[in-house]
Structures are given as C-alpha cells and as structure tokens.
Design a binder for this molecule. Structure first.
Ligand SMILES: Cc1ncc(COP(=O)(O)O)c(C=O)c1O
Length: 430
C-alpha cells in the first residue's frame, strides 16, 4: 500500500529513484514529503514521520532550522552561485577559512564538489598526481578495505568493496589491493601485512575512519584505525580518510579521524557539511600534498579537475552557519548523551532478541543486524516498513536496520525509535 496517493503515481510516471527497483517502488509504501518541522517529515497527506535516517545521513540539526534558513536567505540576497574555476567567491572563502581551522589536516586547502563520491574521486586523482608531479613513477595503486563504500562513480566504486547489486559493474572498476573490513576481528593485522607487501606501488590507502557505514555500520577500535594511519606514514603512502558519512559530529567528535588520532593527507567530506540543506562536498588536502601541485601557470603540475557547482555560495553560507551552530549548541555533548542512551536501550530491548545477530553503535550511527533463518525473507525491508507504518522513518542496508537519528535528537525521540523498532521486529520476525 502506498501512503502518498496520487503523488506516488505522478512520481512513478516521471522520476527514477536511485537504488530502487521502480517496478515495485509504489508497492513499498514510499512516503512523499511535502514539508518538514525539526526532526519530523510531513507527507502530502499530512502524516508525520520521525526522520530516524536523517534523510540518508545528511541532516544534522534538523529540517527547517531558523538559523540555517536565515543564512541561506541572506546569501540569496547577495548571489546564489559563481564559478570557483579560476575565480573566487566571498561566501566560499569564509566557509573554507572556518573549515580549515577545524579539520584534522595540516596546512589544509579545500577543493569543493557537490557529492561525496566526487570528493572521493578527487582525492584518488590528487593522490595519483601527487606522485606523478614528484617524478615518482609506478605509484598508481590503492589499498582499500573489505566492506568499504565510497560512492557510485566509477573511481569511488572501484575503491568500494562492491555489493548492493553493483557487481555487474566489475568490468568497469579498476583493480585495488584489498584488506579485510572492520567486520573481521583481525582486519588491522592483515591490513598491515598487505600494506607492507604493496607499499612501493601504492598511491594511497583509503579508509572510512571508525565506522564503515554503507557496508553495514561495522565499527573499528579507534586505536586500530590510528595504527593503520601511522603505518601509512611509516611506509610513505598517502592516507585518504573518507569522512563523508562520519564527519560533522556523527560519531561524537567533529571528525572521526580525531578520535583515531589521524591527520590524513586527504580528507573527504560531504553529507552533513551543510547540515543536510544543500549538495556540497569537499576534498581537503594537506600542505604537503597541495604544494606538490604548485608550478608555472598552465603547467602540467596543475590539477585539471573541477565541477561546475563546486563551492556553491548558497551551500557555503549554510555550511558556515552550520559549523558555528555545532559549537554554539554544544551538539557533541548531546551526541554523547544520546549515543549512550541509544546503546543502552538497544541492548536492553533488542540485543537479546533471537532475531537479532548484532547491535553496533558509534556516536549516533547505529546498526541492528537481523538474523533471518533463511534467505529471501527480506526482514530488513519489512522491519523498516513496519516502523514507517508506526511513524518512524527507517531504511535498511540488506538485513541491517540503520539508525541514524539527528544529532539534536531528544531522549524521548531515541526512546521512541527503539520502541518502534522493537515492535517492528516482533511483528515481522516471528
Ligand atoms: C563513506 C562514504 N563515502 C562516500 C559516499 C558517497 O556520497 P554521495 O552519496 O554523496 O555521493 C557515502 C554515501 O553514503 C559514504 O557513506
């Protein structure tokens, strides 16, 4: 049953949704949003849903935040967008200055784009050219982890581990040296061996620090990720930290790299960068990397890469205000409190359920892995549909129910999410 009435039909007639089988889209009870207030979405029929996936992990403080709305409209009075190719924009400079002051990157320079995948793509190309510019030939490989997800463009898909039905693109993906992912207890030891073996032809190692998100919310010990970073430095291989999902407070610190004691050569940001308002992503390069691209005008040391909407002024104005609000509202303190509450509530009400294999939480990134007795039961999808029918918007990754509450969530909202999930599991997983 669809909840959006004729809007679903109108949508199906002209829209193609990503990661969605359109032949059954209308049968999977999609909600069609008309507006939002705070952490609630309101659909075209006036029904309210608590947005417990933060609109695919992008919304941090809430929808329709007066302070962010004001920043956006103030910038609209100046200019919406001007190109960053060869020229600059005041709003973008102001945001880049503020970002440079807080990123865990030495002497940072920021290259903007619009999507997380593009931020990763940029980092891969920068890492490759970094070595070329210094006359080091043969450093054209990447080491990435099992279970990794870095986006859907061909380059980011290549460093990703596959899955999600994307295996048919394998002939397009370039080969990558692969070490196990965070779901393997010995992932670090094996990654260190692989790194040592391949160090002299690697351009970079790519990791999602602390949490592998789209791979199923698999978590690592911070000091293990830190140890991999240190080994990269020892081996002289660049470290790319993909914080598209973990950045901007998601894991309890502004950046997950900070908890791991990492100072990456390249840091990829996206999703929460504008608090979920506008598409913006960024690749932050360290001074060492950036300096390798300096040379005569029009020389081949230049990075010949850039996107039309990179550094969009509206997005930059919102992103700047968002960065300020993270501090002004002491959002990290709320993430810490709500994270402990979420962990305790999941352990108490869901952890021991026979249909649940594992519960994983870091900050306000949570995954409840279901344990269907046979294939094909679609428990993940059906549990989330049961939660949606109770007014809490959830979306699974296979049989992992993802919990991604907004960073400003209240104690009552966390309680409600866990209560609804427990009821949904009881209903579906007999
Ligand atoms: C770690 C990570 N990198 C990159 C991406 C791709 O970001 P986008 O969907 O904005 O292209 C994602 C998206 O989930 C992600 O989780």
């Amino acid at each position: 049953m669809s909840t959006g009435g004729s809007w679903v039909d109108r949508d199906a007639a002209v829209v193609w949704h990503g990661f969605t089988q359109m032949a059954s889209w209308a049968d999977n009870a999609p909600i069609v949003v008309e507006r939002a207030e705070g952490r609630e979405l309101i659909d075209v029929n006036g029904r309210r849903y608590l947005d417990a996936i933060s609109s695919l992990w992008v919304t941090t403080l809430g929808h329709h935040v007066p302070e962010l709305d004001a920043a956006l409209t103030a910038q609209l009075d100046r200019v919406a967008h001007t190109t960053m190719l060869g020229n600059g924009n005041r709003a973008t400079i102001e945001f880049a200055e503020a970002l440079a002051a807080v990123v865990p990157v030495d002497a940072p320079h920021v290259l903007f784009a619009s999507d997380g995948a593009a931020a990763v793509e940029q980092a891969l190309k920068i890492a490759f050219q970094f070595w070329v510019n210094q006359g080091e030939r043969g450093r054209d490989g990447y080491l990435a982890l099992g279970g990794a997800y870095h986006g859907d463009t061909v380059g980011s898909l290549s460093v990703g581990a596959g899955g999600f039905g994307t295996d048919l693109f394998d002939p397009l993906r370039f080969p990558v040296v692969r070490a196990p992912g965070y779901d393997q207890p010995d992932w670090l030891d094996r990654a260190l061996v692989v790194l040592k073996e391949h160090a002299d032809h690697l351009a970079a190692v790519v990791v999602e620090p602390l949490v592998q998100g789209a791979g199923g919310i698999h978590v690592a010990e911070a000091d293990h990720v830190g140890a991999l970073g240190a080994a990269c430095a020892d081996a002289g291989v660049l470290l790319i930290c993909d914080e598209v999902a973990t950045g901007f407070g998601r894991t309890g610190s502004r950046f997950a790299s900070e908890q791991c004691g990492l100072r990456p050569d390249l840091l990829c940001l996206g999703k929460g960068i504008t608090g979920g308002y506008l598409p913006m992503s960024a690749t932050v390069a360290s001074g060492r990397v950036y300096d390798a691209f300096l040379g005569p005008d029009l020389s081949n040391r230049t990075l010949y890469h850039g996107h039309s909407y990179g550094g969009n002024a509206l997005a930059a104005a919102v992103a700047l205000r968002h960065l300020q609000l993270l501090d002004e509202w002491d959002v990290m303190a709320n993430v810490a409190a709500r994270s402990s509450q979420l962990r305790a509530a999941l352990d108490a009400r869901i952890g021991g359920h026979p249909a649940v294999r594992d519960v994983r939480v870091r900050g306000l990134m949570g995954g409840v892995e279901l344990a269907p007795p046979i294939d094909g039961l679609r428990w993940g999808r059906r549990v989330c549909a049961a939660a949606v029918s109770r007014g809490v918007l959830l979306r699974p990754l296979g049989d992992v129910v993802v919990l991604m509450p907004m960073l400003t969530s209240t104690a009552e909202e966390i309680d409600r999410i866990v209560g609804v999930l427990a009821a949904a599991i009881d209903e579906v997983c007999e």
